[in-house]
Design a protein around this ligand. Structure first.
Ligand code: SF4
Length: 387
C-alpha cells in the first residue's frame, strides 16, 4: 500500500466524519431483533448467522434459535440434531456446531459469563476477528473494528485503498484505516453504521452515492472511481462434482435416507443415497435416461437388466427416466445431482440408513441439496404416480 490516505485526515476531519456518520446511523438504522439490546449472546448468535446469509432470512432463524436456546447454558447442553434442525436451511453447518462448542467453553472456562476482552472472546470456537470486533464494540463499547466485506468495501472506497481484499495480509491495512476513524465513544454504533451503509447504499456494483452521508469524505467518489474498489483478485472457481441420487421407495411408502459421515461436509445430516460418478458418466446418464418429447413422466419401471446402473448391489428396480437435475454451490464445490426413482423389490437395510415416510422427513436434518431433491421429486411425482 503506497498511499495511506487516511493518515492525511486532520483531527477535525475525523470528528466531523464521526458526527455525520453516527447522526445518519441513529436516524436511519434498521430495526433488527438483535439490536433490541447489546447482550453479547444475541450479538454473537446474530453475527454468526449473518455470515453468508441475508438479514431478511436471518430474522426468522434468530427468533427460533432464541426460543429454543435462550441462554448460553441451553446452547451448551443442546442436542446436536435439534440444533442442526433449528439451523436447517442456513447452510455452513459447522457454524452451528461451533456455537455449541463455544457455549461449552464459556460454561467451563468463563463460569458461564460471556468473556469481555477481545483476547478472550477470540479464544472461542468459530469466533474470528470480525465477530470479535463486533461483540467487543457493540456489547462492551471497546474501540475494535469489525472488518467484513461491507466495511472493506466502504473503507476501500473512502480512502482508495488498493490492497487486495482476498489476501490475508491486507487485513492489517483495513484494520489500521478503520481504527483511525472509529469513534472511541460509540464504536459499536459506528461498526453497525458501516454494516448498514455497505448493505444499503455503498453496494458492490451500483453504489447510491447521491444518498450517501459520507460522500464528502469519499475519495473514490471524488475521483469517480467507486467501482474500482475494493480490489479483489479472481475467486477460485468451485470444483464440479457429479452424483446420481436415488429416491428409493419400499412397499410401505418409505424412502431410504442415509446419514453422512461424522465429520466433513454436511456431517451427520441426512440425504437420499448418492453415488459419485465422473462428468462423462453423468452426461451419459443424462442423455440415456432423459425425458423425451411427449413422454409423460410416469413411474414406469424397467426390468432390472435394462435399468440404469445405480447402486447395483441393492435390490431396486429403477424408473426409466431420470427426475431431472439439481445443482448446489458450496464455497469450494459445485454439486450436480441427477435424481432417479427406484422401488425396492424386497426389504433391505444399509449401514447408517433409515427408512422414512415423507411425513417423517421433518424429523431429519436435511442439507439444502437434499431439500432441493425432495422438491424435485415431489414436483415430478405430481405428474403421475402409479405402480
Ligand atoms: S460516496 Fe459512494 S462510494 Fe463513497 S462511501 Fe458513499 S456510497 Fe460508497
Amino acid at each position: 500500500m503506497k498511499n495511506e490516505t487516511w493518515q492525511g485526515w486532520t483531527e477535525a476531519e475525523i470528528a466531523s466524519f464521526q458526527g455525520i456518520f453516527l447522526n445518519w446511523y441513529h436516524q436511519e438504522k434498521r430495526n433488527l431483533p438483535w439490536r433490541a439490546n447489546t447482550n453479547p449472546y444475541n450479538i454473537w448468535i446474530s453475527e454468526i448467522m449473518l455470515q453468508q446469509t441475508r438479514v431478511d432470512t436471518v430474522i426468522a432463524y434468530f427468533y427460533r434459535f432464541m426460543e429454543e436456546f435462550p441462554t448460553i447454558k441451553d446452547l451448551a447442553e443442546a442436542d446436536e440434531q435439534k440444533l442442526l434442525k433449528v439451523w436447517e436451511g442456513l447452510g455452513y453447518y459447522s457454524r452451528a456446531r461451533n456455537l455449541k462448542v463455544a457455549a461449552q467453553q464459556i460454561m467451563e472456562d468463563f463460569d458461564g459469563e460471556f468473556p469481555e476482552t477481545p483476547d478472550e472472546i477470540s479464544t472461542l470456537k468459530g469466533i474470528g476477528p470480525y465477530t470479535t470486533g463486533a461483540i467487543s464494540s457493540i456489547s462492551f463499547g471497546l474501540p475494535e473494528p469489525a472488518i467484513d466485506g461491507n466495511i472493506q468495501r466502504v473503507v476501500s472506497r473512502l480512502f482508495e485503498i488498493d490492497a487486495d481484499i482476498t489476501k490475508a495480509s491486507s487485513r492489517k491495512i483495513f484494520d489500521a484505516a478503520t481504527r483511525t476513524i472509529l469513534s472511541p465513544e460509540q464504536p459499536g454504533e459506528m461498526n453497525q453504521a458501516f454494516m448498514d451503509l455497505g448493505s444499503s447504499i455503498c453496494t458492490p456494483t451500483s453504489p447510491k452515492c447521491e444518498l450517501c452521508p459520507i460522500q464528502n469524505f469519499c475519495l473514490a467518489y471524488k475521483n469517480d472511481r467507486q467501482t474500482e474498489f475494493p480490489v479483489k483478485s479472481k475467486k477460485i472457481k468451485p470444483k464440479d462434482v457429479y452424483y446420481l441420487a436415488g429416491a428409493i421407495e419400499n412397499s410401505k411408502e418409505e424412502f431410504l435416507l442415509m446419514q453422512r459421515p461424522e465429520t466433513g461436509l454436511l456431517a451427520k445430516m441426512w440425504q437420499f443415497p448418492l453415488q459419485e460418478i465422473s462428468k462423462e458418466e453423468y452426461e451419459e446418464f443424462q442423455k440415456t435416461w432423459q425425458k423425451e418429447d411427449n413422454d409423460q413422466l410416469t413411474l414406469d419401471l424397467v426390468a432390472e437388466d435394462l435399468s440404469p446402473r445405480i447402486f447395483d448391489e441393492w435390490p431396486v428396480v429403477w424408473q426409466k427416466r431420470h427426475f431431472g437435475e439439481i445443482r448446489h454451490v458450496f464455497s469450494h464445490l459445485r454439486w450436480h445431482v441427477l435424481l432417479f426413482y427406484g422401488r425396492a423389490t424386497k426389504n433391505f437395510t444399509v449401514e447408517n440408513s433409515r427408512w422414512a415416510t415423507q411425513e417423517q422427513f421433518e424429523h431429519f436434518v436435511f442439507p439444502k441439496p437434499q431439500q432441493k431433491l425432495v422438491e424435485q421429486f415431489n414436483k415430478n411425482q405430481k405428474v403421475d404416480k402409479h405402480f
